[in-house]
Design a protein around this ligand. Structure first.
Ligand SMILES: Nc1ncnc2c1ncn2[C@@H]1O[C@H](COP(=O)(O)OP(=O)(O)OP(=O)(O)O)[C@@H](O)[C@H]1O
Length: 433
């Protein structure tokens, strides 16, 4: 693994009790971002670490939901599984076969059993073709059935996905967004796949239509024995369709659990923040219950240790200092405010009153905080930020080790994994939990 401070592998799914249909081990995808002629010459080409050491498996007939903010690597993970992009490292086993070792005809044959549905039903349908031939296209490409059988099958599939078989001769523009996504479903099903990657398939649809399409997908899953990897950033969609849920942050899986378990007993601060960001229906309350602090950092230079630590509201206090729980909470909030320069100009005593009124650390930590306060009062933001980050944030175990732990399950059968150091009893005492 790339990080020399690593002591644990990342979240590894041991959840599949029956033999998995799909098993992903250490899957990694880095993109070269070009970096220009000079950087290439000096060997400094930067890499976008879109997916890093991801492992999980999916049982036959199961739906694994994959959730995370935009840019966290969900689509790249899906494309790497299907080898639509070439993985940098790792292995994908599909029906026991190592997909990453296949090429040519064998890969093509295996791909027939692994289909993908995309977010935008409009652009994935050729406007010049009629819907029937669109559905028949994959069968043709794989040399399945003769022309008459393909047409019969296409008409049957249109009906199965909730469309009128008479629509065989219509063009895509005659259909609504939801109907077009149904055409995509029929097309994916035409080659009788075992596994479908659904990449935000209902995101572009009206909310009223989403549930109908999701229900159709559920029915088809049962009827055809399908297994889904279902990508969405909308947790209500994930809750509707998934059996288990994987949460992805900045290229890595941070939590993996049965659906009920994840929603009722979330263990990773990122999952908790995502759940807290779900809009509250009560109009008297603010739009959301809570929001994630700051932006997702660049995957070119992701934070060491736990990648969420730079935004985590539960960053663990660094060892080597005496912090009470309140003192550390205040210090952490001050650190984040300094990093974001989210403090109005004020003198030292006002800063102290605003951030450390109730509890200010003493000893060495107190001296560092005093120096940082003095820097901020003098408008020396960079010095203040560097002092706090190097003294505290980067000394936290969250920065020094990659976390991966199994936690006790309260609402599910499968193991519950959460890549957070807060589950390691030897590094955190009860007062900080
Ligand atoms: N071909 C590429 N070359 C360079 N970087 C890429 C490429 N494709 C994706 N990335 C980068 O990889 C990271 C992950 O992108 P990806 O599209 O997989 O995320 P996502 O979670 O699916 O986001 P969204 O929900 O917005 O689709 C992003 O930083 C993105 O800019």
């Amino acid at each position: 693994m790339s990080n020399s401070l690593t002591t644990n592998n990342q979240t590894e799914d041991k959840g599949a009790t029956s033999k998995p249909l799909l098993k992903v081990e250490g899957l990694t995808k880095h993109f070269s971002d070009g970096g220009g002629f000079l950087s290439g010459l000096f060997g400094e080409e930067q890499r976008v670490r879109a997916v890093e050491d991801v492992s999980f498996s999916i049982r036959k007939g199961e739906t694994l939901g994959l959730v995370g903010e935009s840019g966290c690597g969900k689509s790249t993970l899906a494309r790497s599984i299907l080898r639509l992009v070439e993985p940098t490292d790792g292995t994908v086993y599909f029906k026991g076969e190592n997909m990453t070792a296949l090429s040519g005809e064998k890969l093509r044959a295996q791909r027939k059993d692994m289909q993908m549905i995309f977010q935008d039903p409009q652009s994935s349908l050729d406007p010049r073709m009629k819907v029937g031939p669109i559905v028949e296209e994959p069968m043709k490409a794989h040399g399945m059935y003769d022309a008459n059988e393909r047409e019969t099958r296409a008409r049957e599939l249109l009906e199965k996905v909730g469309l009128d078989p008479q629509h065989y001769n219509r063009h895509p523009h005659a259909f609504s967004g939801g109907q077009r996504q149904r055409v995509n479903l029929a097309r994916a099903l035409s080659v009788n796949p075992d596994f479908i990657v659904c990449d935000e398939p209902v995101t572009a649809l009206d909310v009223s239509i989403q549930a109908q399409v999701l229900n159709t997908m559920k029915n088809l899953q049962e009827e055809f024995g399908l297994t889904y990897l279902f990508i969405a950033h909308d947790l209500s969609v994930i809750r509707h369709i998934s059996d288990r849920v994987a949460v992805m942050y900045l290229g890595q899986l941070v939590e993996l659990a049965d659906k009920e378990e994840l929603f009722e007993n979330p263990q990773h601060p990122y999952t908790q923040a995502l759940l807290d960001s779900i809009p509250v229906p009560d109009p008297r309350k603010a739009g959301t219950r809570g929001v994630l602090e700051g932006d997702v950092p660049s995957p070119i230079d992701p934070p060491s240790g736990c990648r969420f630590r730079t935004r985590c509201p539960k960053l663990i206090a660094p060892a080597g200092y005496e912090f009470s729980s309140d003192e550390w909470v205040n210090t952490r909030q001050f650190l984040r405010a300094v990093e974001r320069r989210a403090i109005e100009p004020m003198n030292k005593s006002s800063l102290e009153a605003q951030f450390f009124d109730a509890a200010k650390p003493s000893g060495e930590a107190g001296r560092i905080v005093d120096d940082a306060i003095a820097h901020v009062a003098n408008d020396e933001w960079t010095q203040a930020s560097e002092l706090l980050v190097t003294s505290f944030a980067e000394q936290s175990i969250c920065a020094r080790e990659i976390p991966a732990y199994e936690v006790s399950t309260e609402n599910g059968k499968s193991p519950h994994q959460a890549a957070c150091h807060r589950h390691r009893d030897d590094v955190i005492d009860s007062r900080q939990k």
